[in-house]
Design a protein around this ligand. Structure first.
Ligand code: ATP
Length: 239
């Protein structure tokens, strides 16, 4: 008897990002220093204590923050000279979805970015409807954004970024305010993304299936390897 084996899902594509001798000073204080990273994995986590520099590192990846020293290159483009093009390729999801939801209804908000990149009305409506339905939120289009729960808003924020079809999504503590059910839904949505995912988080369990986890301490890389190894190094550093 032959057994039909379904093909394993294709690995998500990787957007190559390089940080070379990167340092960041803010208000005269060095918050990152000596960062050399060659990012070539589809799922990368960033962990570390409060104030260790995680958000600053995340913001470097799509030119929200420029380095004070060294270079950040996204697929060989420098964030200093190609910020606009890089922001199209690298989407950013903030910890607080209110930072990126601007329109009164869900459908309007999701359509906003598509309009900005020249997507016609019909195509935009089709893409928004498809995204909502894929996330089990088909009837959410006309709903007022301010009436959504925090978890629903965070899913909408993720959808808004995803609709732009970036090559990479950087997320800065996206699950902090989510309950278990919404966190699971959010992580399932993230896992299905057909692009590179780089996530800053204090939710260590969420990273167990990731390819690589980077541990920051006092603005420097303290560990960099498998989730198990980096999380163990983090736990040791806290005891
Ligand atoms: N605009 C700024 N001016 C001065 N210092 C800043 C600025 N932004 C961040 N910092 C400082 O830089 C350090 C790193 O901040 P960052 O937000 O990157 O840390 P983090 O690891 O993301 O922290 P958390 O886990 O608390 O979110 C902190 O000490 C913070 O106070």
């Amino acid at each position: 008897m032959s057994v039909a084996l379904s093909a394993p899902p294709a690995p998500a594509p990787v957007l190559p990002i390089d940080l070379e001798g990167v340092g960041v000073d803010l208000d005269g204080r060095t918050v990152l220093d000596g960062i050399d990273l060659r990012l070539r994995e589809a799922r990368i986590g960033v962990i570390g204590a409060n104030g260790s520099g995680k958000s600053t590192l995340a913001r470097l990846l799509n030119a929200l923050q420029l380095p004070s020293r060294g270079r950040v290159k996204v697929d060989r483009s420098d964030t200093r000279s190609d910020a606009r093009a890089i922001r199209r390729r690298v989407g950013f999801v903030f910890q607080n979805p209110d930072n990126q939801i601007v329109y009164p209804t869900v459908a309007e908000d999701l359509a906003f970015g598509l309009k900005n990149i020249g997507c016609g009305r019909e195509e935009s409506e089709r893409r928004v409807a498809r995204a909502l339905s894929r996330h089990g939120m088909a009837d959410f289009g006309p709903r007022a954004v301010h009436q959504l729960s925090g978890g629903e808003k965070q899913l909408i924020a993720l959808m808004g970024v995803t609709l732009m079809e970036p090559d990479c999504i950087v997320l800065d503590e996206p699950t902090t305010a989510l309950d278990l059910r919404h966190r699971r839904r959010f992580m399932a949505a993230l896992e299905s993304m057909d692009c590179t995912v780089i996530m800053v988080t204090h939710d260590l369990d969420a990273l167990r299936s990731f390819d690589r986890v980077i541990l920051l301490e006092d603005g420097a890389v303290r560990a960099d390897g498998s989730p198990a190894a980096s999380i163990a190094a983090y736990v040791r550093s806290c005891t």
